[in-house]
Design a binder for this molecule. Structure first.
Ligand SMILES: C[S@@+](CC[C@H](N)C(=O)[O-])C[C@H]1O[C@@H](n2cnc3c(N)ncnc32)[C@H](O)[C@@H]1O
Length: 368
């Protein structure tokens, strides 16, 4: 009988050493990238990127002082940023500088997507690793409540990937929709989270009425507070389990229903879609943003953020559904399955759009 170590040694002798080494190098690179993603998240949450973006070359003491942080931690973080080639460190090793070209992808004032916002998903998912490993062994799922910062990070994510593009790119996907919103219609956002998108729409279209449903009390409270702060009298948010929408006694109420990334992690996605169809007026439109994928692993190999999306799916979207005894569809259910579900829910006329600024999502315009 051979031990595992002997078996492995034998196998390696039979393999292409160049491929073994190249793959090993790639794994080391992956370790470094994972570690850097964690430090990007820290840099975002502590405001270090924003602070450095507004400073000339400075010492760790000056940076820590300006950011109001502990110098020893800041210096070690600067070490990770320097060896990760994110921050420049002068040859004498005294000062640090965040190049403007790098700041463009890492700051709250970035003109493009701030990648440090998305980096927060790595520690967020890491915080439930023990629970996930338990589920691998025993089945079941990890409930929403275990993801402490989920709604905060999600709101920041959609706050930069959806909200700024609503008027310019997203609403124009439905011809005539802006005019209908200006005249005044009823709008429902299903799984609204912290309500950033709905509050923006409510501000833009004071003649329309906006309702947001979410199962999370925290998210709904936050959305309601923001509506009050913005003076959005035409927006209301309710704690509501949208699995029950199909039993609503107010069918055909809404002329526009939206879901922003809120179908695939449902306990029963098809029931939610049937509920959306029932709540929609016959001349209404359902606009769904959902993750771009193909429903086949091999077809997603060239996806620019495929590994990130499958990881988010496994460690959040799929598991929160399974935790409720649900279907566990997952974020990468893909276009084919999405179209099948939309049709099964009663939508006959479906257009699929991609937006130039958004390589992460499909935008489905569904009509009865
Ligand atoms: C991925 S998040 C998207 C949130 C928001 N639309 C956004 O883009 O920021 C999905 C949302 O669906 C909500 N949700 C999940 N299951 C739900 C249910 N059964 N009823 C209502 N909301 C639900 C979650 O609480 C979460 O806020």
């Amino acid at each position: 009988m051979t031990s595992n170590a002997e078996a492995l040694t034998y196998d390696i002798a039979e393999t292409d050493q160049a491929v073994v080494e190249a793959f090993g190098d790639r794994m080391v690179e992956t370790l470094n990238s994972g570690a850097l993603a964690l430090m990007l998240s820290v840099g975002h949450r502590t405001g270090l990127f924003d602070t450095m973006a507004e400073m000339p070359a400075a010492t760790s003491v000056q940076i820590a002082e300006k950011a109001g942080l502990d110098e020893r931690y800041v210096r070690e973080w600067l070490g990770a940023m320097t060896v990760g080639n994110i921050v420049e460190n002068d040859p004498a090793g005294k000062t640090y500088y965040l190049p403007r070209e790098h700041a463009a992808s890492l700051c709250r004032k970035s003109p493009t997507d701030n990648i440090a916002v998305f980096a927060q998903y790595i520690p967020l998912l890491g915080s439930v690793e023990d629970d996930i490993v338990h589920c691998f062994r025993n089945g079941g799922g990890v409930p929403y409540e275990r993801f402490e910062r989920f709604h905060e990070v999600m709101a920041e994510d959609s706050g930069q990937s959806v909200v700024p593009a609503l008027e310019t790119d997203i609403l124009p996907l439905v011809p005539g929709l802006i005019e209908r919103l200006e005249r005044g219609i009823r709008v429902l956002d299903v799984g609204c989270g912290r309500g950033r998108a709905l509050n923006k729409l409510a501000r833009l279209f004071p003649n329309s009425q906006f309702t947001g449903y979410d199962i999370s009390g925290d998210a709904v409270r936050y959305a309601s507070q923001e509506a009050r702060a913005l003076g959005n009298d035409n927006a209301s948010f309710e704690i509501f389990d949208v699995s029950d929408l199909e039993h609503s006694d107010r069918p055909g109420t809404y002329q526009l229903i939206t879901t922003f990334d809120a179908v695939h992690d449902q306990r029963d996605p098809l029931a939610v879609l049937r509920g959306i169809r029932k709540a929609l007026a016959d001349d209404g439109v359902y606009l769904a943003q959902d993750i771009k994928g193909s429903s086949h692993h091999h077809s997603d190999r060239d996806h620019p953020i495929g590994p990130l999306l499958y990881t988010v799916s496994c460690m959040h979207c799929m598991t929160v559904s399974l935790a409720q005894g649900g279907e566990g569809l997952g974020a990468m259910w893909g276009r084919e399955k999405a179209l099948e579900y939309f049709r099964e829910a009663g939508f006959r006329n479906i257009d699929v759009h991609e937006l130039a600024h958004d390589f992460q999502n499909y935008w489905y315009v569904c009509r009865p």
